[in-house]
Design a protein around this ligand. Structure first.
Ligand SMILES: Cc1cc2nc3c(=O)[nH]c(=O)nc-3n(C[C@H](O)[C@H](O)[C@H](O)COP(=O)(O)O)c2cc1C
Length: 216
């Protein structure tokens, strides 16, 4: 394949600005404002899709997308398989980074934090709310393990569908929620001439937030 030159891909960001006057003391409130705009925007599909990066057991960072299921002043919750590659990485090192990129709004948010498993009863509650197909899927997939073929997966699903027929499907212990408790937030708003707005909040020891503008 010939080299593919993308050097002419260039866009001027002109839709919004982010000024200190519009930044609340609590960054989660700015997150909420931006999230609500993204959620309403026709330019954004799955506003709650976020990238989470972990430091893997092999020493490399790895990013992948998961769905944000809840956010509060305390943190950001997503659900996954605790035995997956990310689950194992987190067990070893719980420093993670979340990011959202809403291209249509020319906005990015980057959140660093410490991640912890949520209480079992909260995972039970969320699992219970899922459709049966997703519940069985959680049992059927040893997330991140090598499988021999698509057929193996399909057969495993069929077998479990039979086993669970007319039975209550309880949460597998290896599946549940994690909460990312933020230590910093960075809000990026694209601006013309690459002079973007970047506002970073850093958590102080007394749990207040320090706000800084960063050079683009
Ligand atoms: C839009 C989207 C949403 C996803 N949501 C989740 C999710 O909520 N939980 C999850 O475990 N994986 C989710 N995935 C799959 C992950 O990106 C990833 O493939 C999986 O978690 C295994 O990652 P790991 O092997 O690094 O642990 C999603 C993928 C996409 C593209």
């Amino acid at each position: 394949m010939q080299s593919q030159d993308l050097s002419n891909y260039r866009k001027s960001y002109e839709k919004h600005e982010l000024l200190e006057d519009n930044c609340p003391e609590e960054p989660i409130e700015l997150f909420r404002d931006w999230f609500l705009v993204a959620d309403e925007s026709e330019t954004v599909d799955e506003a709650n899709a976020m990238t989470i990066s972990t430091i893997g057991l092999d020493g490399f960072p790895k990013n992948r997308v998961v769905l944000l299921k809840k956010y509060t002043y305390e943190g950001f919750v997503f659900y996954t398989n605790y035995n997956s590659e990310k689950g194992k990485a987190i067990a070893e090192n719980n420093n993670v980074c979340l990011s959202f990129f809403w291209a249509g709004l020319e906005r990015q948010i980057i959140i660093k934090g410490k991640v912890e498993k949520i209480a079992e009863n909260l995972s039970d509650g969320y699992f219970e709310s899922r459709p049966d197909g997703s519940k069985i899927g959680a049992w059927a997939s040893n997330q991140s393990e090598v499988v021999s073929s698509r057929k193996e997966l399909d057969n495993r699903l069929k077998q479990l569908e039979k086993e669970f027929e007319n039975k209550e499907i309880l949460r597998p212990k290896h599946w549940g929620g994690f909460m990312v408790k933020p230590i910093s937030f960075e809000f990026w708003q694209g601006r013309p001439n690459r002079m973007h707005d970047r506002i970073r909040y850093t958590l102080n020891e007394d749990f207040s937030w320090k706000m800084d503008r960063l050079a683009p």
